[in-house]
Each structure stands twice: as structure tokens, then as C-alpha cells.
Design a protein around this ligand. Structure first.
Ligand code: PLP
Length: 298
């Protein structure tokens, strides 16, 4: 195995610590419903110096996503064991991307296929963390009340069906931007294809950190959750949408936050610069990045 190969560990009742599999060999049946229908759920998290970050929050969200789609998955202890095996089997690295994957399993088997992968992150995330990003506002194609009306759309679950999210990113790249903020058809700010939107407003020395409200059907972000807890302890006020594009354009700073890239400052939205005072936006970015760096790895 070369240093760059991902490590795969399948959850397998015959192997309580997980079964290591060769990422260079076929490992899934062609009839697995994950492959044939994109039917499954996943998580992506970061391990720093071998320590998975916010692990319980990711395991909790995996369990919630699975329950939303009536998937019966192994208990958290089995995932923790497989993650430990994967991290130990990967050559040491400052950062590793850990993925937890569940599919509905091979057609007819009635048992999910579950595995963990550990791999080095791509270079783009680190560059974007340091330099910030330009984003486009794109229509997500449904309104902000859909989650309540249509539970079968699995809003708020982290399903394997990310083809639309990836297509939106490709559209952004083809149009000179790095990333996307989705809007609902009634004009509310939702989320990025792989991230949560945060914005800051500073008024009379009071710092307010704001994110769209969850009942729009967005994914509850573990990074947003961790940052909100840390910011509250540091004296920030917290707020939840509804947010519209004007709120982003008026903000002192806007970020897309997620577990792997962490905090990426938004420099432009649809070509318009964000934040009247670049030095202030820079300072706020540093402050929030320091909070994320300190966040406990358990
Ligand atoms: N929203 C979506 C659609 C995502 O895919 C992700 C992460 O991949 C997030 C938000 C951010 O979630 P987290 O901070 O837990 O990584």
C-alpha cells in the first residue's frame, strides 16, 4: 500500500475491531443498493494527529440520518472500533479524512453494508481555508417549507445522494467561482453543497454570529454547532435565520464551514465583495478559526 492509498475497514460481526480491506481491489457487490440507487447515508470527519474530531456529534448525526431512512445500522461502539483500526492502519498524518459509509446493502440481503475509510485530504481545502473563496448563489429548486410538507425527501439527512451537490460545485467552477450557497425558491439562504453558511454582524462592539434556521431542511452542521458553543463562551451573541441574500451582502463577514475544510471566508458572492472592512473580516476569521482549532477532539 502506498502512503496515498485510502485505508478501508468494513464493519463485520466476525471482526469486532473491523475488517481491513484492500482499497485497490473491488470490495462492493455490483448489486449493492448504495451503487445502484445511491441509497445510504454517510459522514465525513477530520482526524488531527490521529484524533477524530467531534466524533460523537458525527456518530449521532449518522444514527439520525439512518433512522430517517429506516436503516438499521451497527451501534456507535462498532463504528468507534473501526475508526480506530483505520486510523492506526494509515501512515501517521497531521490530517486524515475519515468517512463513515452505510448503504442499504446488497439487493435482497436485508442488511446494510458499512465501512470506514481513512485518507489524506486533497490540497484544495487548505488553500481555501487560507485564501477564502468566491461563491455563487444558486437556486436549490424547492421552497423553505418543503421539509415539513415532504418527509420522503429526507431533508436534513446526510444521504449518499450528492450528485446534485457535486453538479452545483461543477457549475460554480465552470463560472469562475469556488463554491455555492443554495437559495430556496422563495429566496431564503440555505447551505453550501458541502457546508453550512455563517455570517457575522458587529454592532456597537457586540458580535453576532448567525446561521440559517434548520427548519428549511438544511443539514444540521457539526462544525456550526461546535463554533456556536465556542462563540457563546467567548461572549458572542448567536442568531438563527431566516436569511436572505441581502443579509449576506450586508454582513461584516460570511463563511462556509464544514468538518474537513473547517472555516472558509467568503470573499465575493456573485462577484460582489463581502465585508466593508477587510481587516475586521480577517480578524473575525482568525478568532473563529482559533476557536475551531481549540475544540476538543473527543
Ligand atoms: N451541509 C451539507 C449539505 C454538508 O454536506 C455538510 C458537510 O459535508 C455540511 C452542511 C457541514 O456539516 P459538518 O460541519 O458537520 O461537516
Amino acid at each position: 500500500m502506498t502512503a496515498a492509498s485510502p485505508v478501508l475497514v468494513f464493519l463485520d460481526p466476525a471482526h469486532p475491531e473491523g475488517r481491513i480491506a484492500d482499497a485497490g481491489q473491488p470490495q462492493l457487490m455490483a448489486t449493492d443498493l448504495g451503487a445502484t440507487r445511491g441509497d445510504g447515508v454517510f459522514e465525513s470527519l477530520l482526524a488531527v494527529d490521529g484524533r477524530p474530531r467531534k466524533l460523537q456529534a458525527h456518530l449521532d448525526r449518522l444514527a439520525r440520518s439512518a433512522a430517517t431512512m429506516e436503516l438499521d445500522i451497527p451501534p456507535a461502539a462498532d463504528w468507534r472500533a473501526a475508526i480506530a483500526t483505520a486510523v492506526a492502519a494509515h501512515p501517521a498524518a497531521e490530517e486524515l479524512v475519515i468517512k463513515l459509509l452505510v448503504t442499504r446493502g446488497v439487493e435482497g440481503a436485508g442488511r446494510p453494508t458499512c465501512w470506514v475509510s481513512a485518507a489524506l485530504p486533497g490540497p484544495a481545502g487548505r488553500v481555501q481555508r487560507e485564501n477564502g473563496i468566491d461563491v455563487l448563489l444558486l437556486d436549490r429548486g424547492y421552497d423553505s417549507t418543503i421539509a415539513e410538507r415532504a418527509p420522503w425527501l429526507l431533508m436534513g439527512a446526510k444521504t449518499l445522494s450528492y450528485a446534485v451537490n457535486m453538479a452545483a460545485l461543477r457549475y460554480a467552477h465552470e463560472h469562475g467561482a469556488d463554491d455555492v450557497i443554495f437559495l430556496s425558491s422563495d429566496g431564503k439562504v440555505l447551505e453550501g453543497p458541502t457546508s453550512t453558511v455563517l455570517l457575522a454582524h458587529i454592532e456597537d462592539g457586540v458580535k453576532r454570529l448567525i446561521t440559517p434556521q434548520l427548519d428549511t431542511g438544511i443539514l444540521p452542521g457539526t462544525t456550526q454547532g461546535a463554533l456556536f458553543a465556542a462563540a457563546r463562551n467567548a461572549g458572542w451573541e448567536l442568531g438563527y435565520g431566516p436569511l436572505e441574500p441581502e443579509d449576506l451582502l450586508d454582513a461584516d463577514a460570511v463563511w462556509l464551514v464544514s468538518s474537513i475544510r473547517l472555516l472558509a471566508r467568503v470573499n465575493h458572492i456573485d462577484g460582489k465583495p463581502i465585508g466593508k472592512d477587510p481587516a475586521l473580516a480577517q480578524e473575525l476569521t482568525r478568532e473563529l478559526a482559533a476557536m475551531l482549532a481549540e475544540e476538543d477532539g473527543i
